[in-house]
Design a protein around this ligand. Structure first.
Ligand SMILES: *Cc1c(COP(=O)(O)O)cnc(C)c1O
Length: 458
């Protein structure tokens, strides 16, 4: 590892053999562990056996393990090599435009075929299912990034793939659909009439535009009712957060190469996986006394951490997914169809929720208009069109950089650019034609869905 000078550096690259050999499991170091899952069927503690209907044993073990590090299989690392280690950039253009003394860095996870960080977990998930003898994976997708990532991984390991795509995105993002089909996936608009959960939603509301919660119900039902099929989730679960830590482990090495360490880290937060990925390896230092702030940034239209409650709730609308203790807006909360489709989940990772509850991380929420303003400013200064989801992190980083300027401080800001926005131009279109509206979450909708939280005595 050669030392570069932070004065001149624009892009910090690592060699291929510096791709992490292990994932970091933050649970080993958390002062308060995330609460265990409960069964939606029995209302009792979830037994590993119940999870076996939809997950392979290896992933169930990863979900439960308290080992600090878990080996990355050779076959997975081989595939990571296609685009990992990903670059760390210094945002020189943005810094100059903002005229800030802050040094801003971003880790860019859009440099793979699917354009987002989600491939970091779809590859190991497909791999462990393949080695367990599974023939098909079912899943849900919001904006299409997760479906794309799983399609590619399934294709690589020779598995079939069925993707339930939230109906509003299915209409807005035809190119995402084509992408998944290119890799051989079957894509279904959700709610569909192919599952019991889909049919019961459509009976009540034939025009339902769908939600991640509904699509999860359909995909879980598909897996649970087919012997050769498992379910795969692109965020939220402990093992998903762990797979994403390759982002932060690399970023730490990259910052070390230029003698830098972040004062504050930003990442957008839907289910929490890319936030986990960039921040957990730094929180490992924080547990030992190093000062670093980690901030999860969410949309004002789906403000799970900033406005939700910390309670046991179902992971999905039809109550088939495990019950987790997390920040939630209620499992039947259907957020407005904002353009950052990947951030429309009612809940959050149990780990991220526990860390937030314990005051170890922070959260902020922004409306989509200022988020798109930040996205365009970033594109014009850095030359990358960011995903609407990632632009929440950009928005927060810009605000921080301006605060630093006002205070006349020197600070190092790191954010995760979780993906590019080259499939999101219909959303950009909406912004440029002035059609984007700032949708606030509705207090009433949340209040009524809070009434339906499961009663867990723990
Ligand atoms: C899916 C997605 C997200 C949100 O998911 P997390 O699990 O919270 O990371 C953020 N950014 C991009 C580009 C995504 O595809």
């Amino acid at each position: 590892m050669s030392k570069l000078s932070k004065k001149d550096v624009v892009k910090v690259l690592l060699d291929e053999d510096e791709i992490p050999r292990q994932w970091y499991n933050i649970i080993a170091d958390m002062p308060n562990k995330p609460a265990p899952y409960y069964s939606p069927m029995t209302g009792k503690l979830l037994e590993p056996g119940e999870m076996q209907a939809i997950f392979p044993m290896e992933l169930i073990q990863q979900e439960m393990t308290t080992e600090r590090f878990v080996d990355i299989p050779r076959e997975v690392r081989e595939m990571y090599r296609q685009w990992r280690p990903s670059p760390l950039y210094r945002a020189r253009g943005l810094e100059k435009k903002l005229d800030t003394p802050a040094r801003i860095y971003y880790k860019y996870e859009g440099v793979n075929a699917t354009g987002s960080h989600k491939l970091n977990t779809s590859i190991p998930q497909a791999y462990y299912n393949k080695t367990a003898g599974i023939k098909r994976l079912s899943t849900e997708t919001g904006a299409g990034q997760w479906g794309s990532a799983l399609s590619l991984a399934c294709n690589h390991f020779g598995l079939d793939c069925t993707v339930y795509m939230v109906k509003v995105s299915y209409g807005q993002k035809p190119y995402r659909r084509s992408f998944m089909q290119t890799f051989g996936a079957k894509v279904i608009a959700s709610p569909s009439n192919l599952t019991n959960s889909g049919r019961s939603i459509l009976e009540k509301d034939p025009d339902c535009t769908g939600s991640l919660g509904i699509a999860i119900s359909e995909a879980v039902e598909d897996a649970a009712t087919h012997e050769d099929t498992n379910y795969s989730l692109g965020s939220v679960l402990n093992h998903v957060c762990m797979h994403q830590t390759v982002i932060g482990l690399e970023a730490k090495k990259q910052m070390e190469m230029i003698d830098e360490y972040p004062d504050v880290i930003f990442a957008c937060c839907g289910g929490g996986s890319n936030f986990a990925g960039i921040s957990f390896p730094f929180l490992m230092d924080k547990f030992k006394g190093t000062k670093v702030r980690a901030v999860a940034v969410e949309p004002a239209a789906c403000p799970t951490l900033t406005k939700g409650v910390f309670a046991y709730d179902y992971g999905d609308t039809a109550r088939v997914a495990p019950i987790a203790k997390m920040y939630t807006l209620g499992h039947d909360f259907v957020p407005a169809s904002i353009h950052a489709g990947g951030l429309r989940y009612h809940g959050d990772s149990a780990i991220v929720s526990q860390l937030y509850h314990d005051g170890l991380i922070e959260a902020q929420a922004y409306g989509q208009k200022e988020v798109f303003e930040s996205a365009v400013l970033f594109a014009r200064t850095e030359g990358i069109v960011p995903a609407p989801e990632s632009s929440h992190a950009i928005c927060a980083a810009i605000k921080e950089a301006l605060k630093v300027k006002e205070a006349g401080e020197e600070k190092v800001i790191l954010f995760n650019l979780s993906g590019h926005g080259y499939f999101d131009f219909s959303a950009y279109d909406g912004y440029f034609s002035g059609l984007l509206e700032d949708v606030e979450y509705s207090e009433d909708a949340i209040k009524s869905s809070m009434a339906n939280l499961p009663k867990i005595e723990a």
